[in-house]
Design a protein around this ligand. Structure first.
Ligand code: ADP
Ligand code: F6P
Length: 321
């Protein structure tokens, strides 16, 4: 049976480009003659029936906006078999044939559960963390890195004036990709990520040596998955006596207009998800690998850890000496 209607929701932590993805799903769906529904507040809206039909104008003027017009939530009810069954029943009751879930790893787990209950699902990687396997990039990651690099540039100005050291804590949950790319793009002396073991004494020595070699600043990028910036800074100070300032970038990394790269990725993936559902695929996650759009079984995606780009990490260290 070919599908005649789809619903789309955004779930988990928002990310820049979610709106662009919603727009692409809605407009591609309408282009292909489908009825399209928008679900408010992620799985909460599915369970509590906050579902509206969307038209071309419902997604006007959102391509360039951060956040998500559908709203998002972390929904505990969806973690229970009862909540999952209710979500599936509500889709069936309304005659909705398929669901596009835009979110991160947790949201994919929810989509996987719905898929196992017989709902046709398609996942789109919407998270700043870039922690989803079988895609090189997630929607929002490029913007989050851009925000982080912009902030680090500013910090570098004032750190250089005062010949100070700085620890900058970035988001990413258990994934070090934001720290890695932001660190490489801003010439950080050290990048501390959960994927690579490190010795804080060596980090402290490196900082001391970099000042001795004539540098006017030293920047350490810390992925939040490693620990708190204040704790790390205090331990480094105990080793080298350096006066270190700590900046936690926090949720600003999730805000602001998506970069063109995120808008393009979201537009391509949103349209691709609809086309794949129309071709009969289901229980999949969409991604981009080496520039090519791909689908992968969502069960495999949620059960596979993304490999860390060790080559980029080593490059960053070599170049920041
Ligand atoms: P993200 O999708 O950004 O990783 P979360 O991990 O908070 O964010 O997950 C978003 C939502 O997905 C959760 O609030 C919950 O509703 C749903 N979810 C997460 N894990 C599961 C699971 N194991 N089973 C069913 N639903 C889940
Ligand atoms: O998954 C996105 C993310 O921003 C993570 O980087 C971070 O750990 C978490 O969400 C923060 O969650 P909250 O918005 O609930 O504070």
């Amino acid at each position: 049976m070919t599908i005649q209607s789809i619903a789309v929701l955004t779930s988990g932590g928002d990310s820049q480009g979610m709106n662009a993805a919603v727009r692409a799903v809605v407009r591609s769906g309408l282009y292909h003659g489908l009825k399209v529904y928008g679900v408010q507040k992620g799985y909460y809206g599915l369970i509590h029936e906050e579902i509206q039909e969307m038209d071309l104008r419902s997604v006007g003027d959102i391509l360039q906006r951060g956040g998500t017009i559908l709203g998002t939530a972390r929904c505990k009810e969806m973690m229970t078999p009862e909540g999952q069954q209710l979500a599936a029943d509500n889709l069936r009751k309304r005659g909705i044939d398929a669901l596009v879930v835009i979110g991160g790893d947790g949201s994919y787990q929810g989509a996987n559960k719905l898929s196992k209950l017989g709902i046709r699902t398609m996942g789109l990687p919407g998270t700043i963390d870039n922690d989803i396997s079988f895609t090189d990039y997630t929607i929002g990651f490029d913007t989050a890195v851009t925000v982080a690099v912009d902030a680090i540039n500013k910090l570098r100005d004032t750190m250089s004036s005062h010949e100070r050291a700085s620890v900058v804590e970035v988001m990413g949950r258990h994934c070090g990709d934001i720290a890695l790319l932001a660190g490489l793009a801003s010439g950080a002396e050290s990048i501390l990520v959960p994927e690579v073991p490190f010795d804080l004494k060596e980090v402290a020595d490196r900082m001391r040596d970099s000042f001795k070699s004539g540098k006017r600043h030293s920047i350490i990028i810390l992925a939040e998955g490693v620990g708190h910036g204040e704790d790390i800074a205090q331990q480094i100070t105990e080793y080298n006596g350096q006066d270190i300032r700590v900046t936690v970038l926090g949720h600003v990394q999730r805000g602001g207009a998506p970069t063109p790269s995120d808008r393009v990725l979201a537009s391509r993936l949103g349209d691709f998800a609809v086309r794949k559902l129309l071709e009969g695929e289901s229980g999949k996650a969409c991604g981009i690998i080496n520039g090519q759009l791909v689908t992968t079984d969502i069960d495999l995606v949620v059960n596979t850890k993304k490999p860390f780009k060790m080559d980029l990490y080593e490059l960053a260290l070599r170049l920041s000496q």
